[in-house]
Design a protein around this ligand. Structure first.
Ligand SMILES: *[C@@H]1O[C@H](CO)[C@@H](O)[C@H](O)[C@H]1NC(C)=O
Ligand SMILES: *[C@@H]1O[C@H](CO)[C@@H](O)[C@H](O)[C@H]1NC(C)=O
Ligand SMILES: *[C@@H]1O[C@H](CO)[C@@H](O)[C@H](O)[C@H]1NC(C)=O
Ligand SMILES: *[C@@H]1O[C@H](CO)[C@@H](O)[C@H](O)[C@H]1NC(C)=O
Length: 308
């Protein structure tokens, strides 16, 4: 498996595009951010930004760094990600292009063309969004070192997860995530319900209702990352307004449902992985909680992840 940072770097193909400059262009996204709309970078994001990226780019002859300025609705933590690289390379950061509807589509390509007139050096662009499947090294750490312990105290009596489906491209990592918990608790994993179009909406609620007839123990559902919101809303028929923090980009969100209501949406608080890393919260305000922009991005991500 490729490491996460290798996965994040995309070398743009320049041949035949409007951007026919010979300077290499490297594109990365912002590093990991905390869930639940909290500002700053997560501990893992800070580690990436300070311990990995400056070194990674130090050998790539970067001459220009472009990122977008943080606004209420976009470009969260691109600067926190970029600053350590810029400091290490002794370069300024050009934030003259935004990532919102007021910025012309040509803004970034105009900047790169202007730079290319005068230099053959590489250009680094730090921009939000890039999605790849698979468990990352951090995902493996979460699964092995945090989750079994977290659920060991919660009196779990049943574990439900969805089986990998190659055709609909869902549930690739759900079993890898559920298995260590199941092993620690000595429980089987029920995978009779899928997360694809062939599974009835009632499948999960059927399993939970059946289990509840003979037990008062808790039920743990480990579900496809991009489908959790759909599971809550359509399969469990819940009012998902309290669960807007399930944004389809964070892996640590943990939802509790009691008597047909979402009572808590929290972080798993895995040590050294989740939360806000010290010194990275430079924003003036909290991220807008589930604004229209967030909902729109979630929908876009969902349709993108379906196309993977
Ligand atoms: C775009 O510009 C308009 C008019 O200046 C402003 O009201 C709006 O907030 C801007 N949008 C963003 C995302 O900055
Ligand atoms: C061109 O490069 C020189 C030397 O690197 C620099 O001083 C100058 O400002 C650059 N001009 C432009 C338009 O970027
Ligand atoms: C759904 O069922 C049909 C008919 O059995 C099958 O051809 C198709 O591959 C299934 N779709 C998925 C995503 O498994
Ligand atoms: C995570 O931390 C928050 C804030 O301290 C707390 O409210 C929440 O219950 C914690 N989550 C878990 C799963 O312990």
């Amino acid at each position: 498996m490729k490491s996460a940072f290798q996965n994040m770097i995309v070398l743009l193909t320049l041949a035949g595009s409007a951007l026919a400059i010979s300077n290499p262009i490297y594109v990365i996204s912002n590093a990991e951010v905390p869930s639940l709309f909290r500002p700053g970078l997560s501990p893992v994001g800070l580690q990436r930004a300070t311990q990995c990226l400056p070194q990674l780019f130090s050998t790539l002859n970067i001459g220009k760094i472009i990122t977008c300025p943080q606004s209420e609705d976009s470009c969260f933590e691109t600067l926190a990600t970029t600053q350590p690289i810029a400091d290490a390379l002794g370069l300024p950061i050009d934030t003259s292009c935004g990532a919102d509807e007021n910025t012309s589509d040509n803004c970034v390509s105009d900047l790169t063309k202007k730079f290319a007139k005068n230099s053959t050096q590489s250009i680094l662009i730090v921009w939000p969004s890039l999605f790849r499947p698979g468990l990352s090294p951090i995902g493996e750490q979460r699964v092995a070192q945090c989750l079994p312990q977290l659920f060991s105290t919660l009196d779990i009596g049943k574990i439900i997860s969805c089986p990998r489906n190659d055709e609909s491209q869902v549930c690739f990592e759900t079993l890898a995530t559920a298995q260590p918990i199941a092993d620690a608790l000595g429980l089987p994993i029920d995978t009779t319900c899928g997360a694809d179009e062939n599974t009835s909406d009632d499948c999960i609620s059927g399993l939970t209702t059946k289990f509840a007839k003979s037990s008062t123990q808790a039920i743990l559902i480990v579900w496809e990352f991009s489908e959790v919101h759909t599971l809550l809303e359509e399969s469990l028929d819940l009012d998902t307004d309290p669960a807007d923090a399930i944004d389809g980009i964070h892996y640590d969100v943990f939802t509790t449902v009691i008597k047909g209501k979402i009572t808590q949406v929290t972080s798993q608080n895995c040590t050294d992985i989740d939360g806000i890393a010290p010194g990275t919260d430079k924003s003036k305000r909290r991220r807008s909680v589930a604004g229209a922009g967030e909902k729109r991005r979630r929908r876009e991500r969902k349709s993108r992840s379906r196309q993977l």
